[in-house]
Design a protein around this ligand. Structure first.
Ligand code: ADP
Length: 489
């Protein structure tokens, strides 16, 4: 099968969240199963061109946006494992340090143009190179126009008409909703500006149009697929997803255990496994030293690595964390950035809770690995969580997740059973200060009073396998279904 992946993020080139991890790993897993995969992404100013050996590929690629011809160039690099990445180079749109917003987290006002252009350019690249894809795989609102371009403009095209389109929704809270005249810029025709396709209360909704036009749509866990098909977590998309029937499904993300496992973590000075755990104790000590915590093997550490956005529930955590740290024998470390109020709160928490709390406001790949390895528990009190990767990493590092029962958190963490000592983490249903307080308390009482259960849960957690191989096979059946549906159209 020939698969072209269009995405706005891809590890190791550009990342703000889990989307990048998925786009960095799934193509390699598909390639390992014998398929030909390319990834196309924008050349942001932050892509480290020299480090990743990004080289010129095409000097000029002409892209029709509505009635205007715009030009870009294309560069290329290897993603590894036989997968080639192509970069759409357009300095005015993409040569910025951040992907979507300025340093104050204000979205770039030209985002609709940037990503509509990128998506059309990616398809144009396939045409110019005569790359006959069986599947065009779009991700999130940024490339959700790909299925629409294919159906509206390329249905009769010798190269692109063969491609079935699939759309993966990594987070339905981000839909790409812009002023109505964006439709003119995209050239996607006013006849498609109606409520069942692009129109959303008088504006143009990229994701909604993508859902409509894609042959198949999925999200990144079965529970989130269910939640978004029926409820308020769909952010208004429930009727449109429900209308897709069984063309909308949930496929759990895999994780890249070459990057994320304690046996061979490239960022860790100490390694360990379920059989030999001493490296975890060393990592804990290093984490305590690095984050200014009291060095003490016996006190459990609760870790957090997260974007500071509404989704993650860290505002509720902020309201209760000092009470937890005062009442309980526990330490807390947090790494993240985003909401300025939360940055200030967590940034100054160590001053209020010296020796008990440590924080780093910003982005650090290295520290995120150390927190996974050195913590004993990992907290994710998300309001919603399409899949969530950190809790899956945590399982592999024997760092038991404390999570809200939602989306992928519900699908990947097994509730602790106090009678049997089984399970892989601690789950709560309703997001409230008290629920976080009680569930952290439950985890800590298990640590202090039933430590043999912690040991057993760690072993169980570390043996769970969420590798990409399984997910890639699920994607292949999903692609086959899309191809068959497309043939039947
Ligand atoms: P989301 O995609 O909603 O941010 P996920 O759990 O799916 O959440 O993925 C988050 C990814 O981003 C993980 O790989 C996590 O380690 C990483 N991450 C988030 N914030 C930071 C940060 N401040 N520093 C380093 N890595 C981070």
């Amino acid at each position: 099968m020939k698969i072209a992946m269009l995405a706005s993020e891809c590890v190791p080139f550009a990342k703000t969240g889990g989307l990048a991890d998925v786009v960095g790993a799934l193509p390699k897993a598909l390639s390992a199963l014998g398929h030909e995969v390319i990834v196309i992404l924008p050349l942001y100013g932050s892509v480290e061109v020299a480090k990743h050996s990004v080289v010129p590929f095409m000097d000029k690629l002409g892209v029709w946006m509505g009635n205007t011809l715009e030009w870009c160039a294309v560069k290329t690099a290897s993603l590894g494992d036989g997968v080639t990445a192509y970069f759409i180079e357009h300095d005015r749109y993409f040569k910025r340090d951040e992907l979507y917003h300025d340093a104050w987290f204000n979205d770039f006002p030209d985002n609709p143009r940037r990503f509509a252009f990128f998506t059309r350019a990616a398809l144009q690249l396939l045409r110019d190179r005569y790359w006959i894809a069986d599947i065009v795989h779009a991700h999130d609102w940024q490339t959700a126009l790909a299925p629409a371009f294919l159906k509206v403009w390329h249905w009769n095209d010798p190269v692109l008409s063969k491609a079935a389109s699939v759309l993966t929704i990594h987070n339905i809270a981000y839909q790409g909703i812009y002023s109505a005249d964006t439709i003119d810029y995209t050239g996607l025709k006013w006849e498609n500006f109606k409520p069942e396709i692009f129109e959303d209360h008088g504006r143009m909704n990229f994701l909604k149009g993508g859902i409509y036009f894609a042959d198949m749509v999925n999200t990144v866990s079965p529970t989130y697929a269910q939640e978004t098909r029926i409820g308020p977590l769909s952010c208004g998309m429930a009727p449109f997803l429900a209308a897709k029937g069984d063309r909308y499904t949930g496929i759990l993300n895999g994780v890249d255990y070459r990057q994320w496992s304690p046996e061979n973590d490239p960022y860790l000075p100490y390694h360990y496994s379920a059989r030999e755990m001493s490296g975890k104790r060393h990592a804990k000590r290093l984490l305590q030293e690095t984050m200014g915590l009291t060095v003490d093997e016996k006190t459990p550490i609760v870790g957090v690595v997260s974007r500071f956005v509404e989704q993650k529930g860290l505002d509720v955590t902020a309201a209760v964390i000092e009470r937890i740290l005062t009442d309980m024998a526990v330490q807390f470390v947090i790494l993240g950035a985003g909401d300025k109020g939360l940055e200030h709160f967590y940034g100054t928490l160590p001053e209020r809770m010296p020796g008990k709390a440590g924080s780093y406001i910003g982005y650090s790949e290295e520290l995120s690995h150390l927190i996974e390895a050195g913590s004993d528990f990992f907290l994710m009190p998300s309001r919603w969580e399409p899949c969530g990767l950190n809790q899956i990493y945590s399982l592999r590092y024997g760092t038991l997740p404390i999570v809200r029962e939602t989306g992928g958190l519900a699908d990947t963490v097994e509730q602790y059973n106090e009678e049997e000592g089984s399970g892989t983490g601690f789950k709560f249903m309703h997001l409230s200060e008290q629920a976080i307080y009680d569930t952290v308390g439950w985890a800590l009482s298990t640590w202090y009073d039933r430590h043999e259960h912690i040991v057993r849960m760690r072993t169980a957690a570390m043996s769970k396998d969420f590798s990409w191989d399984t997910s890639a096979k699920a994607y292949l059946s999903f692609y086959e279904r899309a191809i068959n549906l497309k043939k039947g159209d």
